[in-house]
Design a protein around this ligand. Structure first.
Ligand code: PLP
Length: 400
């Protein structure tokens, strides 16, 4: 394994501003190759997808290439990769079409650990169908979402279990394979929100047991759009509203209107960039992605431990990210102080760490942090020791 953070940072024009970015869980910075792929696609001769002109073929290649890239990233099937504006939009779209088959005898399971994008679409769809919503709680003391807490809510009435791959507020990585096993044993589908997870770990949708998996390239160094990864046979029987002349093929059936070709090219470039992060990795893109994401995890975990050690030395700090298995995303509050004030104080020192509940509103309330949440410190592939030094110096000055 070889991870050269200085070489990685050199590819991010935004870092030239000198700001230390701990705001990656909200959206990562973008490497030059991704920006170039977006610009090159916009400025090349391009038309709608087709096979007659070079411009049509180029658009088609971009789409096919992006489906392959996301499939490599997630070990999914490219024929089941659906692109959309955001993970939120894709979840709403699929919740609408999946719930068309639900009725009052059915139930769905959601968790209080999740971003609202994997809660509200199911709650609202269930309400419309007259189905029951069951809530799985995590333990606020440990941050753990125990598979048993989900299993207790799953029975033959359960049609779908919606669970996060990693919590964007406190980083918890639940045991999704165990949860999925319980759901599948009862005949339920498993929807995994992988938006936060995909930025920090190698994903294998089959190993997770995810029937449906969402991710958003703008969280993993790519452009602003969303992806859904599903087995094509699960998409086949689903028929969303669509225009009469538009194709009924899968996955295009789920992609309303013209795709943002330039953003798809940027997504492929982001996946290629991630695959190259471990300089010693070899083999095909999937193999290099697995090795590179392991290198990213090791890099981010080392920095996370440094941040945690620094936080422990500060007065009145509570660290809410405590699960055994988690991403390098730390939620922090300080006794009697307003996290939004820390956000502003750090920003004046060129350190970006936002405060809030980050749409994980149920999780924030369940922790007793209301809708206010806390200060979120997120590490990214481009984070380095100097960033950490500046963050800790800023927090020392703020608390001192
Ligand atoms: C865990 C998680 N799920 C879903 C979302 C929403 O993603 P999108 O903006 O693509 O809808 C986010 C965004 O912060 C997230 O962190």
């Amino acid at each position: 394994m070889s991870y050269d953070v200085a070489a990685v940072r050199a590819r991010f024009p935004a870092l030239g501003s000198g700001t230390a970015h701990f705001d990656g869980p909200g959206g990562s910075q973008t490497p030059d190759v991704v920006a170039r792929a977006v610009a090159d696609t916009l400025t090349a001769p391009i038309a709608n997808r087709g096979s007659v002109t070079a411009a049509e073929r180029f658009a088609d290649d971009v789409v096919v290439g992006a489906r392959r890239a996301v499939a490599d990233l997630t070990a999914g099937d490219p024929r089941g990769v659906v692109f959309g504006r955001s993970a939120t939009q894709l979840t709403y779209d699929l919740a609408r079409v999946l719930s068309a088959q639900w009725g009052p005898d059915d139930a769905v399971v959601v968790t209080r650990l999740d971003h609202d994008a994997n809660v509200r679409p199911w709650v609202q769809a269930a309400r419309r169908a007259g189905a029951t919503v069951r809530w799985a709680d995590f333990d606020p003391a440990t941050g753990e979402l125990e598979p048993a807490a989900v299993a207790a809510l799953v029975d033959e009435r359960t049609r779908l279990v919606a669970v996060t791959g990693a919590a964007n507020l406190i980083g918890t990585r639940p045991d999704v394979p165990a949860i999925a096993q319980h759901a599948h044993d009862a005949g339920a589908l498993v929807w995994v929100d992988g938006v936060h997870l995909t930025a920090h770990a190698a994903v294998d949708v089959a190993a997770l047991g995810a029937d449906f998996f969402t991710c958003s390239p703008y969280k993993f160094l790519g452009p602003h759009l969303g992806c859904l990864v599903a087995a094509p046979h699960l998409l086949d029987p689903l028929h969303p509203d669509k225009l009469l002349p538009s194709t009924g093929a899968v996955p295009e059936r789920f992609e309303l209107g013209t795709l943002p070709y330039e953003l798809l090219a940027g997504t492929t470039a982001a996946v290629d960039f991630l695959a190259g992060l471990d300089g010693a990795a070899s083999g095909g893109r999937r193999d290099r992605l697995v090795a590179s994401m392991a290198a990213v995890e090791a890099h981010e975990d080392r920095l996370r431990e440094r941040v945690e050690e620094g936080l422990r030395a500060l007065p009145g700090v509570t660290l809410w990210s405590r699960a055994k298995h988690r991403t390098p995303t730390l939620l922090v509050t300080v006794d009697g102080r307003d996290a939004a004030d820390a956000h502003r104080f750090l920003a004046e020192r060129g350190v970006n760490a936002p405060a809030g509940s980050f749409y994980a509103i149920e999780a924030s309330r369940h922790l007793g942090l209301g809708d206010t949440g806390g200060l979120r410190i997120g590490l990214a592939p481009y984070s380095d020791d100097d960033d950490v030094d500046r963050l800790l110096a800023g927090l020392r000055a703020w608390t001192g």
